[in-house]
Design a protein around this ligand. Structure first.
Ligand SMILES: Cc1cc2nc3c(=O)[nH]c(=O)nc-3n(C[C@H](O)[C@H](O)[C@H](O)COP(=O)(O)OP(=O)(O)OC[C@H]3O[C@@H](n4cnc5c(N)ncnc54)[C@H](O)[C@@H]3O)c2cc1C
Length: 257
């Protein structure tokens, strides 16, 4: 970006994408600065962008409103990052543990939108393959627990600590003896972080669900179906979430523009 003379503005938020009827004219930042532009390429979550940054003004496009209203959202994520003062050499770089009631658990996450003690989790240990990730003799991890997104109304200020203790107990029983007493640093993210800090709708972890009726043409388009000059890359647009998908969306957009 430096080579191409692109200016990067950090520590500020886009509060508004400005348009003149259907034509994009620029963006407004949270310090009131206005940046004029014919094109805006956005990697924030499209449903939240259409609702909040364009003031819900979808130019009375009936079809688009209908599409927005029937969208279904991916799960939320509870992500607990921690460092240990001992090494757990038995733990691989990637570990996935399924709870016993795996199917019921999915039903709780997606349909009943409630928490369940019989969690499944993905444990990531980057220091297994990259020693520079933790000080010598220590280890670093994150563990990801799929949970309902914020359509659940779960109060994460109460449930966050409980979920942390639950997942520590599970990992301690499953594969990391004496884990609790070996943790030296930690913090966790809940769907509230995804909703409030990353601006995703309902605090979903991966934007809208990647099901057939929300994929390809049926996903949010890379070239906005409502505004001229508005473009999307990232998890909520075509082709979808995950780093390869997100990078592909940038390649697709490069061709479109
Ligand atoms: C714990 C975890 C593990 C994952 N592991 C993998 C993995 O192993 N492999 C894989 O392929 N994928 C993985 N993913 C998924 C992958 O990280 C995401 O799909 C991808 O990062 C989404 O990219 P994005 O650009 O759409 O959104 P983000 O990476 O969320 O970037 C959007 C950015 O826009 C910013 N933003 C939002 N609104 C505004 C605004 N108004 N003004 C300014 N900035 C704003 C946000 O703060 C954020 O930084 C993982 C995700 C998580 C949470």
């Amino acid at each position: 970006m430096d080579e191409e003379g692109i200016e990067v503005i950090k520590g500020r938020e886009v509060t508004k994408i400005i348009s003149d009827k259907k034509k994009i004219t620029g963006v407004q930042l949270n310090d009131q600065t206005i940046i004029n532009s014919n094109n805006v390429i956005c990697n924030a979550d499209p449903p939240a962008v259409y609702e909040k940054m364009l003031n819900g003004n979808t130019n009375n496009s009936f079809l688009f409103k209908w599409k927005m209203n029937r969208m279904e959202y991916s799960m939320g994520l509870f992500v607990y990052y921690f460092g240990t003062k001992k090494k757990y050499e038995n733990v691989e770089h990637h570990t996935i543990k399924f709870g016993n009631k795996y199917k019921e658990h999915l039903d709780d996450i997606f349909n009943k939108k409630k928490l369940n003690d019989d969690i499944s989790y993905y444990l990531h240990r980057p220091s297994a393959t990259d020693k520079s990730m933790a000080p010598e003799g220590n280890d670093c991890f994150y563990v990801l627990v799929p949970v309902p997104n914020n359509q659940s109304n779960i109060d994460w200020s109460l449930e966050g600590e409980k979920m942390k203790n639950l997942v520590i107990d599970k990992m301690q029983n499953d594969l990391m003896p004496n884990l609790k007493e070996n943790i030296v640093e930690d913090f966790y993210l809940t769907p509230d972080y995804f909703e409030k800090d990353l601006n995703t709708k309902h605090g979903s972890g991966f934007s809208i669900q990647p099901k057939f009726s929300q994929s390809a043409y049926f996903r949010f388009h890379n070239k906005s179906e409502v505004y001229d000059g508005l473009f999307f890359v990232g998890a909520g647009t075509h082709p979808g979430a995950g780093v390869p998908g997100v990078l592909s969306s940038a390649k697709v957009l490069d061709k479109i523009i």
